[in-house]
Ligand binder design. Sequence first.
Ligand SMILES: [Ca+2]
Length: 244
Amino acid sequence: MPASCRCADRTIRKDMFARSLNFPPQLTATFGVAAVLLLAITSWASATGLTFGEDLLRWMESRYGSAARDRVVALQQLVEDGQRESERTKLQRVNAFFNRVNYASDYARWDQKDYWATPFEVLGLNSADCEDYAIAKYFTLVSMGIDEERLRITYVKSIELNEAHMVLAYYRSPAAEPLILDNLTARIAPAGERTDLVPVYSFNGADLWLAINRVEDKKVGDADRLSRWRAYQSRLMQQMAAGQ
Ligand SMILES: [Ca+2]
């Protein structure tokens, strides 16, 4: 019996695993967005060799225990080894790595309806729910060199569980059928085979930063989602700073 996963429910759209946030392509290459996203990615894995420093490892051990340190070291090894692997192998290894983390609902772990745990919190507590798995896989795969444009963190409705759920979708090309990385199954299946999932909407880091910029211009935005992403980034930065 797979662990259930209650995520924030959303209005279902018709764009089945499509890219629901379609910003003008030229905006994705702006320096500001690229710089901020690079900061987000490199805030938890350094740009030089994708290694975690000893200070960060000590902080993880002092905060969460020696097993947490071992999990971070294992992730570091996974990222380093993955530089030489195919993208399909990267997907398989990262999916398997994070699916070993124990499932716990946000109510049980955080006493909150919806809490986006950072990869440090996931590995520190060895605990996650659906969006925590999906976001940790997203960050790890980008760190391993996969173009973020190929990755979409995707809210879905699980028909079997009759619950909102979150997965990570990988698009080999913009028009390709995505592969679905899901904490409920070890198998990475094409979206067409996941008839148990109904897509709701998807996003990646660039989308959210662009959306934040637009909100600041008072144009558009999903305030709830953006506030969660901002809070997530803030905690990630604080945790990274704590390890220095
Ligand atoms: Ca969570």
